[in-house]
Design a protein around this ligand. Structure first.
Ligand code: SF4
Ligand code: SF4
Length: 404
């Protein structure tokens, strides 16, 4: 685990412990601290221990300077923006470190900067095949184990808290938001497709997901060990990086289409293209937490008003004010509707039997899922790639000739 990964992880766990403490869940805060300290001591890995010390110091200073932020007593929109920007910054640093590591490999130098394993999160097919290997063969891949771990993490977020990963954590969603805002500065008009076009466009992402699942499910279990031991799998991350760094004409056209789509319509990429969004959308139907509108408190039923503030705040264009439970696969649990609602208690992110999750509670749940599982995987020796640098130096020289 590189230093950037260790620091992000420890900062996230320290912040989760702080939020748990200030929300009155002191035992949860203690358990989180014990897990972080225990993992640091049992691994005796200096980046984790240094990151833990930095996280504890930063949080203490942060609590003095911005107590309301340290306690999570912000409006949902500010809390979500802060989490999303910090995670995006971490991913940016991970990208820079990955690029530096790759440049050293390409130059034939044994890298002194570690490869950040979390970058394997961008290998969803490898992650899917690895999960299949674990489930059908009991085989735990040692080449890109973080791909399986991160895929499992994302799936678990969908199962527990809808598409909160998209709304609160995904750096691509954030980039799309900026593109959309940039476009709106110059062209104010909204370009919403009519319903008859919107629906088939939304199905595009499910088609892409079906293609990915076809590759994963279609691979016979018997050939998985051979695939996982092969050179293609060993450099799947480098192939992926090469794909983005040296795009062909068709790839460039696809990129231009995606950028145009994101600028054209808010959340255009998430809504129409992203196969991860499609996967989370399907799984999110199982999530016990949903946005629920209480007719006992909503101004429509109690005062007969024509309120639709929740609907107007929704970036996914969901008609919140006309439904009691938002089951839509497009709901990213962003809580913008809850923030916009003038009537306390009218809208909640809650279970059917009334367990409510505030923005702070959702932040805690998301951060704990996203960071405790990778920490456990690291301590359990299922995170770091076992491929030797010397092998990667050799393989990167022959990158173009290595196929499936
Ligand atoms: S329904 Fe609410 S939580 Fe869901 S996407 Fe719309 S604004 Fe966000
Ligand atoms: S914003 Fe609140 S009060 Fe208004 S319709 Fe939506 S849930 Fe009801």
């Amino acid at each position: 685990m590189s230093f950037v990964e260790s620091l992000t992880l420890m900062l996230a766990l320290a912040y989760s412990a702080s939020l748990l403490y200030w929300s009155g869940k002191k035992s949860g805060a203690v358990v989180t601290i014990i897990i972080a300290v225990g993992a640091g001591i049992s691994s005796l890995y200096w980046p984790l221990l240094v990151a833990l010390a930095i996280a504890a110091t930063s949080l203490t200073i942060f609590t003095k300077l911005r107590p309301e932020a340290a306690k999570g007593e912000l409006r949902a929109n500010s809390l979500r923006d802060g989490i999303q920007h910090l995670l995006a910054l971490s991913m940016l640093l991970v990208g820079v470190q990955f690029a530096a590591n790759t440049a050293m490999l390409k130059a034939g130098i044994t890298p002194w900067l570690a490869r950040p394993d979390v970058g394997d999160a961008f290998l969803p097919i490898a992650g899917g095949i690895e999960l299949k290997a674990i489930m059908t063969l009991g085989l735990w891949d040692q080449t890109h184990p973080a791909a399986a771990v991160m895929l499992a993490v994302v799936l678990l977020t969908g199962l527990l808290c809808k598409r909160a990963f998209c709304g609160w954590a995904c750096p691509l969603g954030l980039a799309g938001e900026y593109l959309y805002k940039l476009r709106k500065r110059f062209i104010k008009q909204e370009f919403m497709p009519p319903a008859w076009l919107d629906w088939p466009l939304r199905m595009l992402k499910y088609l892409l997901l079906a293609a990915l699942l076809y590759i994963i499910i279609g691979m016979p279990s018997a050939s998985i060990p051979q695939y996982l031991a092969g050179n293609y799998h060993k450099i799947a991350d480098l192939k992926m990086a090469l794909f983005f760094v040296t795009p062909g004409l068709i790839t460039l056209i696809c990129f231009a289409f995606i950028l145009g789509l994101s600028a054209w319509r808010r959340q255009g990429f998430c809504r129409y293209i992203c196969p991860y969004g499609a996967l989370l959308g399907i799984i999110s139907f199982l999530s016990p937490f949903k946005i629920r509108r209480s007719t006992q408190h909503c101004l429509i039923e109690t005062k007969g008003m024509n309120c639709d503030k929740c609907t107007r705040a929704c970036p996914a264009n969901i008609s919140v004010h006309t439904q009691k439970n938002i089951r839509s696969d497009e709901c990213q649990a962003c809580m913008r509707c809850v923030s916009a609602c003038p009537k306390r208690e009218a809208l909640h992110f809650s279970t059917r039997n009334g367990i409510k999750l505030s923005a702070r509670g959702l932040t805690i749940m998301l951060l704990l899922i996203m960071f405790i599982i990778p920490l456990g995987a690291y301590v359990g020796d299922f995170w770091h790639s076992q491929t030797l640098d010397q092998d990667r130096i050799y393989l990167i020289q022959h990158l173009k000739s290595i196929g499936h």
